[in-house]
Design a protein. Sequence first.
Length: 593
Amino acid sequence: LVCCFVNMECKDSAHQEREADNKSLNALECLQNAYSSSSDEQSDDGIEQKQVEKGSFQNISLHFSKSKGTLVKRNLAPELPYENNSKVVHVVDLKKELQHNASYDEIFLPLQGPSNPFKSAKQQMLRNTLTGFVEPAHINDFNFENERRTFESYGYAKDPTADVPSDRIIGDVESAAKYNGLTAFESGKRLKETEEKREKLKNYDSSDVQNFTGPWAPYVGEQRISAPDAETMLEIEEMNRKRKKIIKMQKSEMHEPERSLLHISDTVDYQGRTFMCAPHDEGVNLRADAVPERCYIPKKLIHTWTGHKKGVQVIRWFPSSAHMLLSGSLDCRIKLWEVYRGRRCIRTYMGHRMAVRDLSFNNSGTQFLSTSYDRTIKLWDTETGQCKERFTPGKVAYCVKFNPDDDKQDLFICGMQDKKAVQYDLRSGEIVQEYDRHLGAVNTVTFFDKNRRFCTTSDDKSMRIWEWGIPVDTKLIQDPGMYSMPAWLACQAMDNRVVIFQVVDDKIRFCRKKCFRGHIVAGYACSVDFSSDISYLLSGDSDGKIFLWDWKTRRIVARWKAHDGVCMSVLWHPHESSKVASCGWDGTIKFWD
């Protein structure tokens, strides 16, 4: 019974609400009919009025207050068509194009709307270029340069803005306060006036002889610095020279550790003989006194030794037998090569920090000397590869040579960069004699006259003759070259000639008729050599060619391209009739037959 009673109450309330809605609709219909009947203007214009049907008011939202019973109405005005006929011109077009000709006032109107908070004042400023606003102005050259120099010198300048006070400063304010805002033009004069005058240590009392100063009195706190006299300057220069020499000596002592590398496994043969022994099964007599009766011109290349990474500067035959070849290269390494059999690289000697300049065997071939641009001279054991001695003369040794006498194998001489020829003793490791009459670096040393005398060539364009152990030259010859023989001196001159000197009765005579030309060696220390029978003279040149001259006729009998670079050294085999070894700056050593 309770449920039925509740449902009846709900139905009664819904019925009452529908009746209230119908009453409100009837009231609205009456109101519209009243307005339509009293409109005279609409009837005159002939506009037909449409009656409002009941269903047309269904879209009107009506709200009733149940407590008071009043009607609340919204949006009761009829909907009319709207057309915007006003013409609006946008000053800023987002498409960045103008559809009409805008006037000057429209274009330069101030920007409207709120400012961008993420832009700085510099970014918000009006600009007509990418970097700012440019407008023509006239500035006096003197004022502009004065402000520019003031800013460069003191760090401040006057603000050039027109609408600010003229005494406004931009830049270093502290510096402006220190110099009272003076410009570069004014500071030179006014600063001198504002500076406090320095006081002098005056003493005008003429009776005080020792302390009298007069007008030459110094200022308070003044320090006097005077240049030393000539003698003191010489002492200072000498001290600096010694200090530099000590530093160079210390650097030269920082040598690379000496070591050697053996490249062959069969160091001894079936009889226990090492590679130092000359082979006897090559069909060539390699004894020291075996010299071919006649020599012939080489025709072809039979072998090329490649192992150096840079140019080869010097090559030397093994003494007496010449069954091995020693080479020094610009890659700081020395290599020992086989001339016969497999023609392999036997051993590599490493210990120089710079390019190798010269090599020299002793008479037995068990030891050899090497000089380098690292200002060191080293004594090596040929068989074991051990460095036995190291000499540091302090200058570059351009050449080195053992004394050829068997009883003087512990003495050697080297031509130095500092215009001297220095004689060393291996037993003490010290210099025992100096030959210092040259005016330039000593390039070569050559023994002759049964090794009692030797000649040296130098950069001073002279050749000097010396007695062994006597530091005074006995003869001076101008325009020399290089090489020597027992009775003839063949000298490579820098005017592309090979000139000859003859030794007669302990005297040296220049042979004007014996002159060999045709090659180009100017600027290069290319060595010359004789064939075993003294019938040919051969030399390399700067184009990598080998030249052979006939000794008697002085004519070129053969020349051929041997190396890609400069051909520095050419050696004729002492026991072969037609075999020649050559080296060049292309890093190769070639064997010709």
